[in-house]
Design a protein around this ligand. Structure first.
Ligand SMILES: *Cc1c(COP(=O)(O)O)cnc(C)c1O
Length: 423
C-alpha cells in the first residue's frame, strides 16, 4: 500500500468530510518556502502551512537548537519545577511584548491559549466576588476549536452542533472602515446589558474570516471603552504574532494595550506545538492570595516543554535578525505592487494588504460558502499549479514564509492572476 491508501485506511483529517474530500497530497520533504510530494512534484507553500512557518521548512538553525535541547533536557514537569529555556524565553518575550505584559503562562496550541485567557477573565471576577460571566467577541471571529474558544468563534458550521452548550458570549460587529461607530455603539450597549468579563478579538486582521482588516484607531477606541467599564481585553495574536502584520505584534500598532495576549502558530516556527498566554501584573495579583482556591487551576502535561521553549528562542533570534526584518519589508513591497496590478481587474472586488498578508476578493454570482464550489475550483487550480493556497469562499489570501524569494512570490501572483480566468 502506498501512503495515500494507508492514510485512507487509518486517518481522520481536520476540517474534512471524508466522503466527499479529495485525496490529500502526500508531502515527503520541505525546504525554505518549498514542499515536495511523493511524486517529487514541487509546491510553493504560500500560506506558511497554516501561518506557522515564517522562516521556511526544515530550518537548520532551529533544528540545531532543538537537537541541543533534546540531548540536554527534553522535558520536565512544570508543576513545582522550572528550567532555563522557560525562564530565558519569558525574559526574551518581556523585551518584545507591550510593556504592560508581565506574566507568561504556557500551553500547547492556539485554542488552549485562548481557553486560558477566557478562564482567567472569568475567574478574575470570581476571585473579586464580582458577578461578570459574559464574554464579548466579534462577529465572524475565529479563536479555535476547544469549547470556550469555539464559543467565542463566530463561524457557524464550525460550531453549530454545539449551540446551547457554550459559555455566554455576545457579539459586536467588526469596526470595518466607515462602520466604526456601529461597532463602538454595540460595544457600549452590550456592556450595559450584560455582566461582561472580557472582550476577545483578533487584532487588526481576522484570519480565518478571510484576512478581514480594520484600523488600529478603531481598536484603540474599543479597548478604551472596555477599560472605562472594567472589562478585560484579550488580544488573540495567535495568527498575527511574530511579524505577520509588519510589526512584531499587531498590538504594536495600537496606543492602548490589552490585558492579555494569546500567542502560538509562528511562536516555534512550525516545529514544536506550543502556545503562551500573557498577562498584566494586575491580573496575576487577582490570583495571588493566601487562599489556594484563588489560584489558576489550569495546566497541561507538556506545559513549558523545554524543547518547545528552545525552538521558540531560536525562532525569536531569527525574527530579530536584520535579514529577516528586511524580508518583512520586501514581502510587503511585493504585495503592494501586486495589489496595484490586480486591484482594477474586472473579477476583483477588493484587495487588502497589511505587512506580509495579502488578500483579494473575487466577484461572485451566487452566495459563496466557506467550502463552496468556487473555493474548491480555486483550491484545485492552485494545487495543480504547484501552489499551496487555501481560499476562504471567494477570498484568496497569501501569507507566505518571510524567506520566500521574489521569484517564488511572483510565481504565486501569476497563478492567482490566472485563477481569476477560471472562476
Ligand atoms: C489558528 C488560530 C487559533 C487556534 O489555534 P490552534 O493552534 O489551531 O488551536 C486561535 N486564534 C486564532 C486567531 C487563530 O488564527
Amino acid at each position: 500500500m502506498n501512503l495515500i491508501e494507508k492514510d485512507r485506511q487509518y486517518l481522520w483529517h481536520p476540517y474534512t468530510q471524508h466522503k466527499t474530500a479529495q485525496t490529500p497530497v502526500a508531502i515527503t520533504k520541505g525546504e525554505g518556502a518549498l514542499l515536495w510530494d511523493e511524486n517529487n512534484k514541487e509546491y510553493i507553500d504560500a500560506i506558511a502551512s497554516w501561518w506557522v512557518n515564517p522562516f521556511g521548512h526544515s530550518n537548520k538553525f532551529i533544528a540545531d537548537a532543538i537537537y541541543k535541547q533534546l540531548t540536554t533536557l527534553e522535558h520536565v514537569l512544570f508543576g513545582g519545577f522550572t528550567h532555563e529555556p522557560a525562564v530565558a524565553l519569558a525574559e526574551k518575550l518581556m523585551t518584545i511584548l507591550p510593556e504592560n505584559q508581565q506574566k507568561i503562562f504556557f500551553s500547547d496550541n492556539g485554542s488552549t491559549s485562548v481557553e486560558v485567557a477566557i478562564k482567567v477573565a472569568l475567574q478574575y471576577f470570581f476571585n473579586k466576588d464580582e458577578k461578570r460571566t459574559t464574554i464579548i467577541a466579534f462577529e465572524d471571529a475565529f479563536h479555535g476549536d476547544t469549547f470556550a474558544a469555539m464559543a467565542a468563534s463566530g463561524i457557524s458550521f464550525y460550531t453549530q452542533a454545539f449551540q446551547g452548550m457554550f459559555i455566554d458570549v455576545v457579539r459586536i460587529p467588526v469596526p470595518l472602515k466607515g462602520q466604526e461607530q456601529q461597532s463602538f455603539d454595540a460595544l457600549k450597549k452590550v456592556i450595559q446589558e450584560y455582566n461582561c468579563a472580557g472582550f476577545i478579538f483578533e487584532p487588526l486582521v481576522q484570519g480565518a474570516a478571510g484576512m478581514v482588516m480594520y484600523e488600529a484607531e478603531a481598536l484603540d477606541e474599543l479597548i478604551k471603552i472596555c477599560k472605562d467599564n472594567n472589562v478585560l481585553t484579550i488580544a488573540d495574536e495567535v495568527m498575527t504574532g511574530f511579524g505577520k502584520t509588519g510589526k512584531t505584534f499587531a498590538m504594536d500598532y495600537t496606543e492602548e494595550k490589552p490585558d492579555m495576549m494569546c500567542l502560538s502558530k509562528a511562536l516555534t516556527a512550525g516545529t514544536i506545538p506550543m502556545a503562551i498566554t500573557t498577562f498584566t501584573q494586575e491580573i496575576f495579583e487577582a490570583f495571588y492570595d493566601d487562599d489556594i482556591n484563588k489560584a489558576l487551576f489550569h495546566g497541561h502535561t507538556f506545559t513549558a516543554n523545554p524543547t518547545g521553549c528552545a525552538a521558540a528562542l531560536a525562532s525569536l533570534d531569527l525574527l530579530q535578525t536584520q535579514e529577516m526584518q528586511a524580508n518583512l519589508i520586501r514581502v510587503n513591497a511585493n504585495h503592494l505592487s501586486f495589489e496595484e496590478r490586480i486591484k482594477n481587474h474586472p473579477k476583483v472586488t477588493t484587495t487588502r494588504v497589511l505587512g506580509t498578508i495579502f488578500a483579494l476578493e473575487i466577484k461572485k454570482e451566487n452566495e459563496e460558502t466557506y467550502y463552496g464550489t468556487m473555493r474548491t475550483k480555486l483550491y484545485n487550480f492552485f494545487i495543480e499549479n504547484g501552489i499551496v493556497l487555501r481560499p476562504v469562499g471567494n477570498i484568496v489570501y497569501i501569507l507566505p514564509p518571510y524567506i520566500i524569494t521574489d521569484k517564488q512570490l511572483q510565481k504565486v501572483y501569476e497563478v492567482v492572476e490566472k485563477a481569476l480566468e477560471i472562476v
